[in-house]
Design a binder for this molecule. Structure first.
Ligand SMILES: [Zn+2]
Length: 64
């Protein structure tokens, strides 16, 4: 699974706000991702995040 900073991830499990698309802010032991829908940032352990990824949409400009 090749995830890079700036990628937009489509997740299987949605954020409590209903959003499914997240922007990658940092990768490492944990992923720091931001929900594009509500702007909230979350830290997720890499293994859990990777299991939750439905699709990597690539490095598209974030929708603000
Ligand atoms: Zn959200």
């Amino acid at each position: 699974m090749d995830v890079n900073v700036g990628d937009i991830l489509m997740m299987k499990k949605q954020h409590p706000c209903g959003g499914k698309r997240f922007e990658v802010l940092r990768v490492g032991m944990d992923f720091k991702i931001r929900c594009i829908t509500c702007g909230r940032e979350v830290m997720v352990p890499r293994s859990r995040a990777e299991r939750n990824i439905k699709k990597i949409e690539g490095n598209t400009p974030p929708v603000k």
